[in-house]
Ligand binder design. Structure first.
Ligand SMILES: [Mn+2]
Length: 360
């Protein structure tokens, strides 16, 4: 049995005891993987004080037996909910927690019916996500590799970023290189946004050709051994005019300020504040239209969120993105994003692509 995963289940069982729950039913697959190592695309994990049961179907018989760590495997033909209900009755569970933000109304209805009248379902949120926010050294090591892989892919593709090539061609080159480098795929749909389209923070790559004297935002990440990376760089095709230089310098300064702010004990909102203040001082506050960053791990967006009003306290072992940006309609956008791990000795940046304005 894997010691890290055993530790995670122990931490979850402490929460169960604290919250007076007999069991937690996990249906969110990254949470299932985190606690028992099963990486199939269908299944649920039931954790009680003394047991863990993985429910999945016949497609995963071999995989579940091979991967499931510290959990009994139940291969279910037919309704998963019914099998879960039977197990709950056999274990004598009364108060059973389910992941409020991960279960549909229809699934809840099935579970209620399957559990019978003795089971009381309690909707809870974030029990496992809170544990996941704090990465162990082995997770950080994998994430460093994922971050470096994204950095190398970006550097490899930069020579292709030239007037004439289409956004979707650049995106395809990026994702092809990820897989060649050993990634299991991109951690989100790669963004290549040029000219006025770079002002759309989540632009989809289009058939538009890159042109001279345009900004190009490239945002990409890989999944490596289940862990995500997330990296953004902004390129100017030509010699950048003064305004672009000034804005780029402001975004870079904001990004540095937020990275520096990432110390154990600080509030997520304060990290966001650090970046926002710099951009406000430069008169660009109103163009910074999103949060400063987000947790990164098994999912590309996870806890904590670095944004105004976020009261989560940053802890050692958190891995987050830091990605301030400015976007002005009709003009374009500039974003700089890195992945950072919080350590007792300060922030450590995992992505290692150069951060200066790239003029091509
Ligand atoms: Mn991001």
């Amino acid at each position: 049995m894997d010691a890290m995963r055993r530790k995670r289940r122990r931490a979850l069982r402490r929460i169960l005891a604290e919250k007076d729950a007999d069991a937690l039913l996990l249906t969110h697959l990254p949470n299932v993987f985190y606690l028992c190592g099963f990486s199939g695309s269908a299944g649920a994990l039931l954790v009680t004080a003394g047991s863990a049961t993985l429910f999945t179907d016949g497609r995963y018989t071999v995989q579940a037996r091979r991967e499931a760590d510290g959990a009994q495997v139940r291969i279910v033909a037919g309704s998963l909910a019914r099998a879960i209900g039977e197990r709950l009755r056999a274990l004598g569970c009364r108060r059973v927690a389910l992941e409020a933000n991960r279960v549909s109304v229809a699934q809840q209805r099935l579970l209620r019916r399957a559990g019978g009248t003795r089971v009381r379902w309690v909707a809870v949120e974030g029990w496992v996500e809170r544990l996941r926010a704090r990465k162990d050294p082995r997770e950080v090591a994998v994430m460093r590799r994922a971050a470096r892989m994204a950095s190398r892919v970006l550097e490899e593709v930069l020579p292709l970023v030239r007037p004439g090539i289409r956004e979707n061609e650049v995106a395809a080159e990026i994702e092809y290189r990820m897989r060649r480098a050993g990634a299991s795929g991109p951690s989100f749909e790669t963004i290549v946004a040029s000219g006025a389209r770079s002002a759309l923070p989540h632009a989809r790559p289009s058939g538009k050709r890159l042109r001279k004297n345009e900004l190009v935002v490239l945002d990409l990440g890989v999944i490596l051994r289940h862990y995500c990376s997330d990296l953004t760089r902004t390129v100017y095709l030509g010699r950048a005019p003064d305004r672009v230089r000034r804005w780029y310098a402001a975004v870079l300064e904001a990004q540095q300020a937020a990275r520096q702010a990432l110390r154990p004990g600080v509030l997520a909102a304060e990290v966001d504040r650090a970046a926002r203040q710099v951009l406000e001082r430069s008169g660009l506050g109103r163009y910074f239209v999103h949060g400063t960053g987000h947790g990164l791990g098994l999912e590309v967006h996870e806890e904590p969120r670095l944004a105004a009003g976020q009261k989560a306290r940053i802890e050692e072992g958190f891995v987050v993105t830091v990605e301030p940006g400015v976007y002005r309609e009709g003009f374009g956008g500039i974003r700089i994003e890195d992945d950072v791990v919080v350590t007792a000795r300060g922030p450590l940046t995992l992505t290692d692509a150069p951060r200066d304005l790239i003029e091509i």
